[in-house]
Every structure is written in C-alpha cells, then in structure tokens.
Write a protein that binds this ligand. Structure first.
Ligand SMILES: Cc1cc2nc3c(=O)[nH]c(=O)nc-3n(C[C@H](O)[C@H](O)[C@H](O)COP(=O)(O)OP(=O)(O)OC[C@H]3O[C@@H](n4cnc5c(N)ncnc54)[C@H](O)[C@@H]3O)c2cc1C
Length: 412
C-alpha cells in the first residue's frame, strides 16, 4: 500500500480516538491525535463492555491487558425499583461466553484509557498531542487541515473526528446544533466496596428500573470499588445547582423507591451532574477526507451500554478500510460510513425504546414485568444477538455496483 507522507489526524483522545489511532498505527500508518485536555485521560467511572468488542480488542492487540483490569460479572440483573423484585437478567457468566464466544466485562474507564494509551505509546507511528483544541477544518483537496485555537493549521491525509457528543467537526460538517436534552440527568459515584452498606449483589451488574428513574451499579478493580450511577427525569436538567439542592431533588424523585435504592443514593457524591443528550441518526458522516466517529457520529442513550463499544467497532472497521483503499482516503471513508450506518442507527433507535421500557409506570410497568418474567436465558440472548454477535470486518473494498459504473460512465 502506498504510504501518504501526511499523517491521519484524529481529533479527540477519548475511547474512540485512541482506538482509531491504535488501529491505524498498527497498520504502519502515521497518526496524530489532537486532544483538547492537558492530559489524555478519562473521567473516573466504570464502563460495561459487551462481547462484541473483544474481536476488536484482538485486532488492537489489547485483549489480555483489558482482561487483566476487568471483572466478569455473573449477571446483569434488572430489578423493579419499587418492589425490589428481579424482573429479568442477562446471564453474563459461562453461558454467555459459550453463546457469544467472548466475555461481558466491567472495568474502570481510567484503566481502559491507560491500556489504550500504553498501546498507542508503543507504536512509533502514533503521535499524541494534548492541550490542542481543534476549532474546525479546511478541505485543501489533496489534504485536509485541522485548525486549532492557537491559529495553527495541522495538515493531514484525513481527519477523523472523535470529538464526542458536542463535536465541533460535526457542527461544521453537518451544520448541526447541540444534542437534544431528553430531560434526564446522571450522577456518578465510586465508593470503596467495604463501605457499601446496601444489601445488593456486589459481584453483578444491577439495573433498578423505576418510573422516570433508574440506578445502575457494579463492582470495579477486583471488587475493591463499587460504581453507582443514578439517572432520573427532572425539570431542572438544564440548570446548575449544588450538592444540597441535588440531594433534595433525588430524595423527592426516589421517595417511593425500594429501601435498598435509598441506601445506594445515600452513598452518592452529588457534586457533579451530567445532563443526558440524544441525537437522531443521520445518513452522512463523511465528506471528502473528513469523517466522524463514535459519539460524534452516532451518540446514543446508554440503555444498551454500547456507545463506547460502537466507537471501538468504528475504529477497527475504519482502519481496515483505510488499509484496503490503496491510498484512496475518500473512498475508504465512504465505505466506512456505509459499513457502520445501519448498525449504529439501530443502536440509537432501539436505545430510545429501551429507555422507555426501563422507565415505564402504572399498568405499563406491570406489563413489562410480566413479559420479562417469562423470558428464558435463550430468549434474552436472542434479543441481544444482533449486538453481541458483533460485526464482520471488511476484507476487500466493495466493488461499485454495475448500475453505478454505467451511470458513472454515462456521466463522464
Ligand atoms: C452515564 C453514561 C454511562 C455510559 N456507559 C457506557 C457503558 O457502560 N458502555 C459503553 O459502551 N458506553 C457507555 N457510555 C457511552 C460512552 O461513554 C461513549 O459512547 C464513549 O465515551 C464515546 O467515546 P468517544 O471517544 O466517541 O467520545 P468521548 O469519550 O466524548 O471523547 C471525546 C474526546 O474528544 C476530546 N475533544 C472534544 N472536543 C475536542 C476538540 N474540539 N479538540 C480536541 N479534542 C476534543 C474530549 O476532550 C475527549 O477526550 C455511557 C455514557 C454515559 C453518559
């Protein structure tokens, strides 16, 4: 494959950006990651990753390093937040590994980031640059320039925008606005496991689903830490408050919740709040030498815990296509968009339905619980197989359709 002298620019050093850099760098392609924060790192909470991400980790050469930092929970339990009853569960132990060939894991985001960073640092073709905020791009025909807030124009053969939910590159590429607030907010906390007083399943993932609110919790770092996420609907989602105000709001919102949930909330640090935003799927994420990736392309509600998994799949798929394109970057990016569009759009759309499903009330809650109770382990696996069976990576660039070849010939 002919090597371009100019590097591929990756805007954003989050999970998607570092995975992209690693996937491209391992193919010997020069990469420059431009990250706005002074230090490349992650916010310190947990993350769940499904079995579909493991073939990607194999491509990235980080499976063992990831597993060394991970916990393999026995189940993801869904509990009714009012009664405390277990409604259904995804078995995430041996039967899931047998069905989907790879494990389901939870780990600290900081640890995931370190594994990605260490792997990137071991690849000479990858340059990691912090304190570099990209404000836009300029298509220069035979290359693209990333424009930084310091007035620099960094030229590259391609620009991959992995700059997250509020991507500036997306705003320029699509003329897009801010993500749509859905009226929910999240609070996240990690506490030492030995301070957990609530009567909970400490080695599993649990999702307590209630009317307009939920809590997710799971263990981290060899069971020494306990990660809690509380999510709820509030009319104050766009306002800034302080911990005391947030506390009063949570106590009111969760007043009917099961006593175990009250105990979980009592352990939470409420200093920081994340308003939850959503985006509609869009058909076009690339133009010429610029493409969006991860949340910048297809941000999703976290109902399936798949946002980061999709970013990692994007990264490996994109690198495969760039590797196959024989220097034709615009063709590689078009094929990348086509390969990823429907899968990621389905995640976005079904995450919305699942969000509703978690938060129903009244008779809809009774129907949900009754339906879920009837599901067998295999029924649950069948619902998830479109996600967990993963993707087939491209091994050749798709050939143009005959009709398109004819119309192209007619046009020329
Ligand atoms: C509460 C919650 C729980 C979640 N749980 C899960 C889960 O369990 N499993 C899962 O798979 N997903 C989960 N997700 C989704 C997951 O966090 C995201 O999908 C994932 O982080 C997207 O990665 P990204 O690299 O695309 O974007 P980001 O992680 O947002 O990274 C973007 C990076 O770009 C940088 N950046 C932004 N703008 C610029 C700029 N102009 N110039 C330079 N750099 C810039 C940022 O500093 C950041 O480092 C969850 C999300 C939330 C909110």
């Amino acid at each position: 494959m002919p090597r371009s002298e100019k590097p591929i620019l990756v805007v954003g050093g989050g999970i998607g950006g570092l995975s992209t850099a690693l996937a491209l760098g391992r193919k010997g392609l020069p990469v420059r990651v431009l990250e706005q924060t002074p230090e490349l790192g992650a916010i310190g909470y947990g993350i769940q990753l499904g079995p579909n991400v493991f073939p990607m980790f194999d491509r990235l050469g980080i499976r063992d390093a990831i597993l060394a930092e991970s916990i393999l929970p026995g189940a993801c339990r869904m509990l009714d937040a009012l009664s405390g009853e277990e409604i259904t569960r995804v078995a995430t132990g041996p039967s899931l590994r047998q069905r989907f060939h790879h494990p389901y894991i939870v780990l600290h985001r900081v640890d995931l980031h370190h594994v990605l960073l260490d792997a990137c640092r071991a690849v000479p073709a990858i340059a990691l640059e912090s304190s570099t905020t990209v404000t836009g791009f300029e298509d220069r025909g035979d290359c693209v320039a990333a424009l930084t807030e310091h007035g620099e124009a960094v030229e590259g053969a391609a620009l991959i925008a992995a700059d997250g939910l509020r991507s500036r590159i997306r705003a320029q590429l699509l003329g897009d606005t801010e993500p749509r607030p859905i009226g929910y907010v999240a609070h996240r906390t990690i506490v030492p496991m030995d301070t957990v007083t609530a009567d909970v399943h400490r080695s599993d993932v649990a999702l307590w689903a209630g009317p307009g609110f939920h809590i997710v919790h799971y263990p981290l770092r060899h069971g020494t830490l306990f990660n809690i996420v509380a999510v709820f609907r509030t009319s104050t989602h766009a306002e800034k408050g302080d911990a005391a105000r947030y506390r009063a709001e949570l106590e009111h919102t969760y007043r009917a919740a099961h006593p175990t949930m009250q105990a979980l909330l009592a352990m939470m640090d409420l200093e920081r709040r994340w308003p939850i935003g959503d985006r509609d799927p869009v058909r076009h994420w690339c133009r010429g030498r610029v493409a969006l990736l991860g949340d910048a392309a297809h941000a999703t509600l976290q109902s399936f815990a798949q946002g980061a998994c999709m970013a990692i799949e994007d990264a490996v798929c994109l690198a495969e296509l760039v590797g196959l394109a024989d220097g034709d970057i615009p063709a590689a990016l078009r094929h990348y968009q086509a390969a990823r569009l429907l899968r990621t759009a389905r995640i976005q759309l079904e995450s919305r339905s699942m969000w509703e499903f978690y938060h129903v009330e009244g008779i809809a809650r009774d129907v949900r619980n009754d339906t879920c109770r009837r599901w067998s382990e295999q029924d649950v696996f069948r619902c998830l197989e479109w996600i967990y069976d993963g993707i087939t990576l491209p091994t050749a660039l798709p050939r143009p359709e005959p009709a398109r070849r004819e119309s192209a010939a007619a046009a020329s």
